[in-house]
Ligand binder design. Sequence first.
Ligand SMILES: [Zn+2]
Length: 75
Amino acid sequence: MGHVEITIHGPVTYGVDYAAVGCPTCAATHSHRIGGDLDDDSVPVSLTCVNGHDVPLPGEVDARELLFTAAMRAE
Ligand SMILES: [Zn+2]
């Protein structure tokens, strides 16, 4: 499947209290785009908000796991 760019509709949540990942620039939480490579784990996974800002993932979120989950949902 290689490189993918997937829109995630709805908040990205993490942790036991389902905290939402928000954009540090515009505070958007409702939609994100995740990009990365499903085959090559040396390619960093990127997450951007609905307005195109880079959104850092909290340390407890596995970026590749999130990418694979999004890819499966998108099929
Ligand atoms: Zn933003």
